[in-house]
Design a binder for this molecule. Structure first.
Ligand SMILES: C[S@@+](CC[C@H](N)C(=O)[O-])C[C@H]1O[C@@H](n2cnc3c(N)ncnc32)[C@H](O)[C@@H]1O
Length: 272
C-alpha cells in the first residue's frame, strides 16, 4: 500500500500499471487540459510547479507548452514514480523532480512560480483547500493557479449495466474511504474564492466513449484500484475478478457507451 507518513494513502496502484494508466489518461485528456491552460494565458517562458506529477506523463506536455526559457519543477509523494520521471527526463535541464507529500511536508522552494498546476491530485487529499493554500504561497503575485479534478457523480453508461454501475460506485467509495473527496470538483471553485484568488474560471467536461482507448480505460481503472479494494475489504478476490471480467465484456460490446467521471478544470490568479 502506498502510505504517506500521516497514514493517508492513495487509492490507485503506482508502479508500471499505475504509470501506464496515467499515460493513457494523458492521451485522452491532455488536449482539453492544454486548451484550458492556453485560454487561461499559459505561454512560453513561464516557470511551473507541478504538484502530484506522478511519473511525468503531463510534465512532458508542460515542458512543450512552456518551451524555451520555461521550466517545470514537479513533485510527488511516491518515490518510485519520481524515479521513473527522473529517468525519463535525464537529458532535460529545464525539468526537475522532488519527492514531497503535499499534506505532510512543509513545502520549501527557493523561488515563486508563474504557474502552479495540479491535475487529478486534489481529489486524493483530505483537505484540498489547505493544500492549495500551501501551494499558492509559491505563486508569484499575479501568477496562475490551475487545477483539474473529478466529480464522480458524472459517471454513466448505455445501456444500463450492473458491472459499470458497481465499479463507478467503487471508484467514488475508495477515494472517500482513503481520505479523499470523490466530489472535489463541485466545490473547487468555492475553495479558490475562499483563498481570495481572482478571475476564477471553471469548465466541466464529461468524456464519453463508444470505442478505442477511452473505453479500455474504464476496466483499466478498476484494475488499478483492485489492490486497494481488496485491502479495504470492499470486494473479495473472486468477486473482483468476476466484476473486472463483466466490465471488460461490457466495454467490448460494439454499441455500449461509457463515460469517465466529470473532469472539472478551474483557474484563479493570485492578487498582485
Ligand atoms: C491520478 S495521479 C495524477 C498524476 C498527474 N498529475 C496526471 O495528471 O497524470 C495522482 C498523483 O498524485 C500523487 N499524490 C496523491 N497524494 C499526494 C500528496 N499528498 N502529495 C503529493 N503527491 C500526491 C499520487 O502519488 C499520484 O502520482
Amino acid at each position: 500500500m502506498t502510505e504517506s507518513p500521516g497514514g493517508l494513502h492513495y487509492a490507485f496502484v503506482h508502479g508500471v500499471l499505475g504509470a501506464s494508466r496515467l499515460e493513457i489518461l494523458t492521451r485522452l485528456s491532455w488536449p482539453s487540459s492544454q486548451n484550458f491552460l492556453v485560454t487561461q494565458g499559459v505561454r512560453e517562458g513561464m516557470s511551473c510547479l507541478e504538484a502530484g506529477c506522478g511519473a511525468g506523463a503531463i510534465t512532458r506536455h508542460l515542458q512543450g507548452l512552456l518551451g524555451k526559457g520555461g521550466f517545470v519543477t514537479g513533485f510527488d509523494m511516491d518515490e518510485e514514480s519520481i524515479e521513473l520521471a527522473r529517468k525519463k527526463f535525464s537529458d532535460s535541464r529545464d525539468v526537475n523532480f522532488r519527492v514531497l507529500d503535499l499534506e505532510i511536508n512543509d513545502l520549501v522552494f527557493d523561488q515563486q512560480f508563474d504557474l502552479i498546476y495540479c491535475r487529478h491530485v486534489l481529489e486524493h487529499l483530505s483537505d484540498p483547500e489547505a493544500s492549495i493554500r500551501k501551494l499558492t504561497r509559491y505563486l508569484k503575485p499575479g501568477g496562475l493557479f490551475v487545477a483539474q479534478t473529478i466529480d464522480c457523480e458524472g459517471q454513466y453508461c448505455w445501456p444500463d449495466n450492473a458491472a459499470y454501475q458497481k465499479s463507478a460506485g467503487l471508484l467514488a467509495r475508495i477515494i472517500d474511504i482513503r481520505g479523499g473527496h470523490s466530489d472535489c470538483g463541485r466545490w473547487l471553485p468555492s475553495m479558490l474564492r475562499k483563498l481570495k484568488l481572482l478571475r476564477i474560471h471553471v469548465e466541466v467536461e464529461n468524456l464519453v466513449y463508444l470505442e478505442g482507448e477511452g473505453k479500455l480505460f474504464v476496466p483499466l481503472t478498476l484494475e488499478a484500484l483492485g489492490k486497494g479494494l481488496l485491502e479495504e475489504g470492499l470486494l473479495e478476490k473472486e468477486a473482483f475478478r468476476q466484476l473486472l471480467s463483466e466490465l471488460r465484456q461490457f466495454c467490448n460490446e460494439s454499441d455500449s457507451i461509457v463515460s469517465l467521471p466529470r473532469f472539472v478544470h478551474c483557474a484563479g490568479r493570485k492578487p498582485c
